[in-house]
Design a protein around this ligand. Structure first.
Ligand code: ASP
Length: 598
């Protein structure tokens, strides 16, 4: 916006100059030059600050490992990714057909892909032509010659729409020429003497070079940075990428990334990075930190009366460790979905909670686990129900979202999918603990001969599910829930935790919710979806909506929810004696609570 205004102002000055000239009034060209300089300097600052909220996946060419493609798809919204592929770097003979592009990407789990291509700059400036970019969540720029991309798109509406896509949290990926074009000062060709041109400037302050080690391009990048010492040179080798989010770049893939800088008055320096290394990018000033918020739960209910203080501490520590992980991910610019997954994994591995290790016993004396995730950007989600050998069901739920066209896989089918995806497996008794066996015995004793009503709350000690809801700094909401279900549940019983709309829900327009309690009740009342719909249609706040559903629609004792809305307000509402819960946000809040305490 600011950039548009400034450009408009520049054009105005130029046309005004023409107008004044034709009217034979003298215009001091130096004033005009000065204005141009001042505005250009201003634009440079603005473009530096406008690094955007989305992500870039910058690949050095060659065969692209699955890990990089998966990350790109995940950043684009998993199965909900709306992808635009730009093949313009190819020669006319080598251009892929639209069909082959769609086929290629659907084999990688993206079902909505279209191709955008022209060599005609006036078409690249046409509203209808750029329209697909306005609905996209991801753009992939394939390889060839970067000059073809620059000739067609630099300075056109395509470039403007790519900037907007990134600013609204989308992902732009490019390999080889598609990586080079992301630079502002772009290496067009030549080795060891680079030919420099203008690229799309989507990574301010960086000159990207690709096929870096394989094609021995160190000297040309040194030379490019020598000529533009304000830039950082990033040489990415084949089958390797950097993922840029905010002002950080992280390396993924098989080979190395070389970073060249020219500090003031000192010779150039070179650094080599490999997988998982990260660097701070220059020229990308962090925007004022954006509001983020996270809530975690470890189940409805509270510390049993006979629990020791060491046990109580273990519950609190467990929540705290999980929350710290979530905070670290979000503070470093990570995604809400990534934080939900990592946080829940930690709780699944902690035997104090009823999810993963430490899951409750079913009536057959074994364990059947349910889990789900939902992405508020796309309303896409994944879930598994009744799995019995998957160490981290939350990870499998996420794979259902990212690698299948389905939402929920159950029982033996989910197990088969786990085998296909090569996720970590364990024997069913890995989940067993003495604490859960005692609860099972207690529940069985209690249920013997007890009058049974179809709609009644489970006993507090039957709970313990874990969940996490996150608003990240990109404005995206996500939710996840994982559980062993209710103690002594019958064979094949599935609760609310893997049901999107019941135990887990996320919609960027409203809120993200994770529930815990008597699953049957949360399914009957579509609790997660109902809270979201009250916000959407009645314009109620998150607090009003959650309280209404938990306190007016459900029965006392049914359980509770944690939720965060799109503005970062965190709420928890429960009608159980307590709830294991934690909250943290960008204003410095960090609470871990169990009992009915504030
Ligand atoms: N809601 C879970 C279920 O019914 C149990 C729990 O939250 O503890 O499966």
């Amino acid at each position: 916006m600011v950039q548009c205004c400034a450009e408009y102002f520049l054009n105005l000055l130029e046309s005004r100059k023409g107008f004044l000239m034709t009217n034979v009034l003298s215009v001091d060209n130096r004033v005009l030059l000065l204005c141009r300089f001042a505005i250009a300097a201003f634009l440079a600052v603005v473009s530096v600050a406008d690094a955007g909220d989305g992500a870039l996946v910058v690949v050095g060419g060659g065969p692209i490992p699955d890990q990089i493609i998966d990350r790109f798809v995940e950043l684009g919204g998993g199965n909900g990714t709306r992808l635009v592929v730009i093949p313009t770097a190819s020669s006319d003979n080598g251009l892929p057909t639209a069909d082959s592009t769609i086929q290629l990407w659907s084999s990688r789990g993206v079902t909505h892909a279209i191709q955008l291509h022209t060599r005609d700059r006036s078409q690249a400036d046409n509203e209808d032509f750029v329209n697909p970019l306005r609905n996209a969540t991801a753009v992939w720029i394939s390889g060839g010659q970067q000059s073809r991309l620059a000739d067609a798109y630099v300075g056109t509406k395509v470039q403007a729409e790519l900037v907007k896509l990134r600013n609204r949290g989308g992902v732009i990926g490019g390999t080889s020429a598609g990586a080079a074009i992301l630079s502002g000062v772009m290496i067009v060709g030549g080795n060891p003497v680079p030919k420099i041109g203008r690229g799309l400037d989507l990574i301010p302050g960086i000159i990207v070079d690709q096929h870096f080690l394989r094609r021995s391009r160190v000297n040309r990048l040194l030379e490019a940075v020598g000529r533009h010492p304000d830039r950082m040179g990033i040489g990415i080798d084949e089958s390797t990428a950097i993922i840029v989010q905010g002002d950080r770049a992280k390396v993924v893939g098989d080979s190395y990334v070389t970073v060249i800088t020219k500090p003031d008055d000192r010779p150039q320096s070179m650094q080599t990075l490999r997988r998982d290394d990260a660097i701070q990018l220059p020229g990308v000033t962090r925007k004022s930190p954006k509001k983020w918020a996270i809530a975690v739960h470890g189940g409805a209910g509270t510390v049993p009366a006979d629990a020791s203080s060491a046990e109580e501490k273990a519950w609190r520590d467990g929540l705290q460790i999980a929350m710290r992980k979530a905070v670290a991910i979000i503070e470093s610019g990570g995604t809400s979905m990534g934080a939900v997954d990592a946080t829940i994994r930690i709780l699944e591995d902690n035997e104090m909670f009823n999810a993963g290790k430490g899951a409750v016993f079913n009536s057959a004396g074994s364990h059947e686990l349910d889990a789900s995730v939902m992405d508020g950007r796309t309303l896409d989600g994944g879930a598994v129900a009744g799995v019995s050998t998957v160490r981290n069901p939350i990870g499998l739920a996420r794979l259902v979202m990212n690698r299948t066209s389905h939402v929920l896989l159950s029982g033996s089918g989910a197990e088969q999918f786990a085998t296909e995806q090569d996720v970590e497996r364990v024997k069913n008794n890995y989940f067993s603990t003495e604490r859960r066996r005692e609860s099972w015995n207690r529940v069985r004793a209690h249920e013997d001969g007890a009058p049974v009503s179809r709609i009644r709350s489970a006993r507090p000690w039957q709970y313990g599910t874990v969940g996490c809801v996150v608003l990240d700094t990109h404005g995206n909401l996500a939710a996840g829930t994982s559980t062993g279900g209710l103690t002594n549940k019958k064979f094949g019983r599935v609760g609310d935790s893997p049901i999107l709309g019941a135990g887990t829900y996320a919609d960027n327009d409203t809120c993200a919710v994770s529930a815990t309690g008597t699953g049957e009740q949360f399914i009957r009342h579509a609790v997660g979806a109902q809270i979201s719909l009250l916000m959407r249609h009645r314009r109620w706040t998150l607090k009003q909506s959650a309280e209404y559903v938990l306190k007016q629609r459900l029965n006392k004792g049914d359980g509770g929810v944690i939720a965060v809305d799109r503005d970062g307000n965190i709420e928890w509402v429960y009608t159980s004696p307590g709830m294991f819960r934690a909250a943290a946000d960008s204003d410095g809040r960090f609470d871990v609570l169990i009992r009915d305490e504030n």
